[in-house]
Design a binder for this molecule. Structure first.
Ligand code: C2E
Ligand code: MG
Ligand code: MG
Ligand code: MG
Length: 280
């Protein structure tokens, strides 16, 4: 009887499962083609000094320009790229392209402080490639100084770290590159990672910033993270600032840097070039 029920249930769900399976096979084939045909693009979101509004850096964010489906955001394809290891060539391209473009912009900023560029890295890249070597090669071929590059790591990467993870991160730091913890505060034991990993920058997750102006608990936590950063000599970047109320709350709390739609969305090369070099 139980077996019969189980079988009936399977039949009910089978068409939906079948369709999902087909879609995922199609997506995987599309992604393989995308890697070969270079269908990826970068957007750059300005990171600003909160007190002055001055742009001090950029975060590179990947997009997939699919020939039929248009622009596909990273959260819709990075998980599959990680499962299939295609994140390795994609991530290497992102790193090279971001360094190349940042070096080109910095060459035009005569006199001004050079911009930093932040690149998101997946755990799979640390597990499956010699990431320090890939980073060193991207710096060498672009001419970007190591001090201008920031590698962003998620807390989940640090949770599931291997023995070699820490060693690779130390090697990357030895190049002169800085490390940031992305989405800080959303993981299981954020504080432990600050001691164990050689990070330089904390990025306060948008979920805290969202409520900083109107939920006292969110404000207290956000200010606490900023003070923690100061005590440990780390820079703090608030993510996802969308309005003036959030900005003033964060500025009053002495948060150094921020990014968000309030300042600028992630922009393509051309739009960012116009923002950085108006009228040229
Ligand atoms: P993330 O690194 O935390 O990046 C911040 C995300 O927040 C970006 O989404 C950005 O567009 C969005 N954002 C920025 N300001 C605001 C705001 O004011 N309001 C709102 N609602 N959103 C804002 P995006 O570009 O869709 O990227 C999502 C995630 O995908 C990133 O989160 C990062 O984890 C991952 N990702 C992006 N590019 C890469 C990449 O090249 N490699 C890897 N491994 N992951 C990437
Ligand atoms: Mg990031
Ligand atoms: Mg983030
Ligand atoms: Mg986030």
């Amino acid at each position: 009887q139980a077996k019969k029920q189980g079988k009936d249930r399977l039949e009910v769900f089978e068409p939906a499962l079948q369709a999902a399976f087909q879609a995922s096979l199609q997506m995987e084939a599309d992604l393989r083609r995308a890697v070969i045909r270079h269908e990826f693009e970068l957007r750059y979101q300005p990171i600003v000094q909160l007190k002055t509004g001055e742009i001090t850096g950029l975060e590179a964010l990947v997009r997939w320009q699919h020939p039929d489906r248009g622009i596909i955001p990273p959260l819709d394809f990075i998980p599959m790229a990680e499962e299939t290891s295609m994140i390795v060539p994609i991530g290497e391209w992102v790193l090279r392209e971001a360094c190349r473009q940042a070096a080109r912009w910095n060459a035009r900023r005569d006199g001004k402080q050079p911009l930093t560029v932040s690149v998101n890295i997946s755990a799979v890249q640390l597990d499956q490639t010699d990431l320090p070597r890939v980073v060193a090669a991207a710096l060498a071929s672009s001419g970007l100084p190591a001090a201008c590059l920031v590698i962003e790591l998620t807390e989940s990467l640090l949770v599931h770290h291997r023995v070699s993870t820490l060693q690779q991160l130390e090697e990357i730091k030895d190049l002169g590159v800085r490390l940031a913890i992305d989405d800080f505060g959303t993981g299981y034991s954020s504080l432990a990672y600050l001691r164990r990993f050689p990070v330089d920058i904390i990025k306060i997750d948008k979920s805290f910033v969202d409520d900083v102006g109107d939920v006292p608990a969110a404000a207290a936590l956000t200010l606490g993270i900023i003070q923690l950063g100061q005590a440990l000599n780390l820079s703090t970047i608030a993510e996802g600032i969308e309005d003036a109320g959030q900005l003033s709350e964060l500025t009053d709390g002495n948060c150094e840097l921020g990014q968000g739609y309030y300042f600028a969305e992630p922009l393509n090369d051309k739009a960012l070039g116009e923002l950085l070099f108006p009228g040229s």
